[in-house]
Design a protein. Structure first.
Length: 529
């Protein structure tokens, strides 16, 4: 295994004395902070010709992972460190012992705080031993040596001695299974046997982005990054939702590990956080942003730097055009001002606007036809860019499962809303609606309602207490927190609900539904759940 050297020569006895000193992050570099504040507990050892630190040098993590580790050292081990020093050490560790892009990519949903994310199924052993308490992403966003995974098992036993008596623990020799089978599983799948490859890149310049904000619609914007110091940028965002509403904001960004972009900025008067993955080779980005106070208020982002010479399509709007109608469609991307062709079924009437990053077309959809339309810009062909349809056959409500949380009314936590969208669909090759091969027609303007999910919810009269659904927007606003004396047994305003979307097109009504749990506040919000 290859580990990153800290090049430490300080002796343990001296480090114990220095670790209690007050250090100014502006006057000391992160390696000196580590020497002064970490080596009291994490001792030096020789790894080939390098000097490393026990435990620390045997792990690799995301910036959020390192932040959580240092926070635990503060709370559990008495580490005294200023916020600026902490930021400096997190930056250093992320740049020297971070994750490679292919290692973090499967779990980025947890970093982006994607709401209502349902993780993919994993190995049964992993699910029972780790996933029952942690998200799979929390485990997957780290790499450890086999010995370090063993140390983590011992940590769980020492800090949480009752763990052997929990469900899925007391039915087995939990400690033995963890020390043998689980360690082998983690060593095989998440071993720290790869070298972290840091890429130094300057991301200054203009990026064109396309995204979708839940409940608000598609948008396009220019993201301008101006480097103020190495890996630190001034951020300016300016654009529009595709219905014309303006989108404008500014803030600061920092890049960790050569590609992990984190920014805080104020957009239209609201504080947001951006979590993006930058690709220095292809000059592309992808990720999400969410409100700082309401992580459920989220938007996706994909983008490309305008200096990229390739033709790229980031998004099109709308994706569906009813047969026999005229429509204006918008294409967002880079190097788009080239010859444009549409496959049969969609006639190009006129190019209304054409720049390198945005093209607006007037088109006509053929009558008596239902098909997916290909788009060609120059030599780039984008299959199934649009759909010409006769009638919407069904609705798919997203998310398919959602959580809303009560709050306010004396609680220190705000309510967590649930936001739903109805997507029109056509049946795919199997001729059935509601299967994996359905063809999406994009968001439709549905009407919304809620009803009890089951007989228990009906008998408990959940619908009276859980909150209100905005019939026009699909936004559910939960009720107040705390016991409600008007409820049976004086319980809180939780409930189990079915969310129903109804859409009327040409006097034909189609419906779709989703499942929503209204529950209590989430008191602990860690960077990685």
């Amino acid at each position: 295994m290859k580990t990153k050297s800290f090049n430490l020569s300080i002796k343990l006895g001296l480090s114990v004395l220095v670790s209690s000193a007050c250090l100014n992050a502006a006057d000391i570099n992160p390696q000196e902070i580590i020497e002064a504040k970490c080596t009291a507990c994490h001792t030096n050892y020789k790894d080939t010709s390098n000097t490393s630190l026990t435990r620390i040098s045997e792990q690799r993590k995301t910036p959020e992972g390192w932040w959580m580790t240092i926070s635990r050292m503060e709370k559990s081990n008495g580490l005294v460190i200023s916020n600026e020093e902490k930021k400096s050490v997190v930056k250093y560790l992320s740049d020297t012992q971070g994750l490679n892009p292919e290692e973090s990519e499967p779990y980025r949903y947890i970093l982006e705080k994607q709401p209502n994310m349902i993780e993919a199924k994993h190995d049964e052993l992993f699910t029972q031993m780790c996933n029952r308490c942690h998200s799979a992403a929390r485990v997957g966003l780290q790499r450890r040596t086999k010995i370090e995974w063993q140390n983590l098992v011992e940590f769980h036993m020492s800090y949480f001695p009752s763990i052997e008596y929990h469900a899925l623990s007391r039915d087995r020799d939990w400690y033995k299974v963890a020390k043998t089978e689980m360690i082998d599983y983690l060593d095989k799948n998440l071993n720290n046997d790869k070298e972290f490859k840091m890429v130094n890149a300057d991301y200054s310049g203009e990026w064109i982005v396309f995204g979708h904000r839940l409940g608000e619609g598609d948008y396009t914007a220019s993201l301008k990054l101006t480097q103020e110091s190495k890996d630190n940028y001034k951020v300016e965002l300016k654009g529009n939702y595709l219905d014309g509403r303006e989108l404008s904001g500014s803030g600061k960004a920092i890049v960790y590990s050569g590609y992990e972009y984190r920014a805080t900025l104020e957009i239209n008067g609201i504080d947001f956080k951006q979590v993006l993955m930058l690709d220095p080779k292809n000059l592309e980005l992808k990720g999400a942003m969410h409100e700082l106070k309401h992580s459920e208020e989220t938007a996706t982002l994909t983008g490309v730097k305008v200096t990229n010479k390739d033709t790229k399509v980031l998004g099109v709007y709308p994706k569906a055009i009813k047969e026999g109608t005229n429509q204006t469609i918008t294409i967002v991307g880079n190097n788009l001002n080239k010859n444009i062709k549409l496959s049969s079924g969609l006639k190009l009437n006129k190019v209304l606007e054409s720049t390198s990053t945005k093209v607006v077309l007037s088109v006509s959809a053929s009558e008596n036809i239902e098909k997916q339309i290909d788009l060609t810009i120059g030599s780039l062909k984008v299959d199934d860019s649009f759909v010409v349809y006769k009638n919407i056959e069904g609705l798919k409500v997203l998310p398919t499962y959602a959580i809303a949380r009560v709050g306010d009314a004396g609680s220190t936590l705000a309510k967590q809303h649930a936001i739903f969208e109805a997507h029109g669909v056509l049946s795919g090759a199997d001729g059935k609606v509601g299967t994996e091969d359905d063809i999406s027609l994009g968001v439709v303007d549905a009407k919304w309602s809620i009803e009890p999910f089951d007989d228990i919810s009906k008998n408990d009269e959940d619908i009276k207490f859980v909150g209100t659904m905005d019939s026009a927007s699909g936004r559910f606003i939960p009720s107040f927190a705390g016991p409600n004396p008007l409820r049976k047994f004086g319980t809180n305003n939780a409930g189990n609900m079915k969310v129903i979307a109804t859409y009327n097109e040409d006097n034909k009504v189609v419906k779709g539904d989703s499942h929503m749990m209204v529950t209590v506040q989430k008191w602990i919000n860690t960077p990685i759940d």
